[in-house]
Design a protein around this ligand. Structure first.
Ligand code: KIV
Length: 274
């Protein structure tokens, strides 16, 4: 997959039309240089509010602000020209009412240049999703494990493991799809539930810790590149160990500075030849 300057971005309708087709490839991105690296390889770049944890060092996504999401969303849009860019609405920016959600989503779209927003929640968010989508704001839903509800859930653990909880998540997924979302993230569920939801809804499902039964996959890029801490959630595959590589590079640099072997002659300016 490669994008020329003239190739238009992957659009929301194009992603919507991928239901049941070629799997949709998504990764999170938060900065321009990383967006540039990922863009040729993915259909969708998610500016997730996970940036609160992986970029800012918070212990949850709750402190993330709308201004942070707009700044990082704009950075990712600047660094990409192929992928559809979706920006998370952060905690507290959309739960109050559909009107507040619209005002904040409109800011994200206008100020970042992203193509869509993502909101967490099920039945209780359906009215808001309908309000946004009928007013020109494409919405990606997010059901199952909801990181913005970590305090209510009591931690980050798989959800829907008993039949009643699974039925509630299925109902959530149907409500968000029927409200007009163009795709749906399913996080932290068993394969059987992800499969049922994927069959239930007519929009593409994007799994994270939700098995290959979904129409696409997303990972937090810092997790898969080995940049975010020691702990590796069960659903993450480490495709690279960049954290180790950065640590080793810093150690080599420190040793060379102390030994005065860096900078070498090739890194020094000489007299300019006439
Ligand atoms: O914030 C995020 O990165 C997300 C993904 C985990 C889907 O919502």
């Amino acid at each position: 997959m490669s994008a020329s300057k003239d190739t238009p971005r992957v659009s929301v309708p194009a992603l919507r039309a991928r239901k049941g087709g070629e799997p949709i490839v998504c990764l999170t991105a938060y900065t321009t240089p990383v967006a540039r690296l990922l863009d040729p390889h993915v259909d969708l770049l998610l500016v997730g509010d996970s940036l609160g944890m992986v970029i800012y060092g918070f212990d949850s996504t709750l402190p993330v602000t709308l201004d942070m999401m707009i700044a990082h969303g704009a950075a990712v849009v600047r660094g990409s020209r192929h992928a559809c860019v979706v920006v998370d609405l952060p905690f507290g920016s959309y739960q109050e009412s559909p009107q507040v959600a619209f005002r904040n989503a409109a800011r994200v779209m206008a100020e970042s240049g992203a193509q869509a927003v993502k909101v967490e929640g099920g039945l209780e968010m359906a009215e808001t999703v309908a309000y946004l989508t009928t007013r020109g704001v494409p919405v990606m839903g997010h059901v199952g494990l909801l990181p913005q509800s970590v305090n209510a859930l009591g931690g980050y653990k798989a959800v829907g493991r008993d039949p009643e909880a699974a039925e509630r998540i299925r109902a959530d997924a149907r409500a968000i799809a029927e409200a007009g979302a163009f795709s749906l993230v399913i996080e932290g569920t068993m394969e059987s539930l992800a499969r049922q939801i994927t069959e239930d809804v007519t929009i593409p499902t994007i799994g994270i810790g939700a098995s290959p039964a979904c129409d696409g996959q997303v990972l937090v890029s810092d997790d898969m590149f080995g940049l975010f801490g020691e702990f590796q959630p069960k659903f993450v595959k480490r495709y690279a160990q960049l954290g180790t590589a950065i640590g080793e590079a810093a150690a080599t640099y420190a040793a060379e500075v102390k030994a005065r072997s860096f900078p070498g002659p090739e890194h020094c300016f000489g007299i300019k030849k006439a």
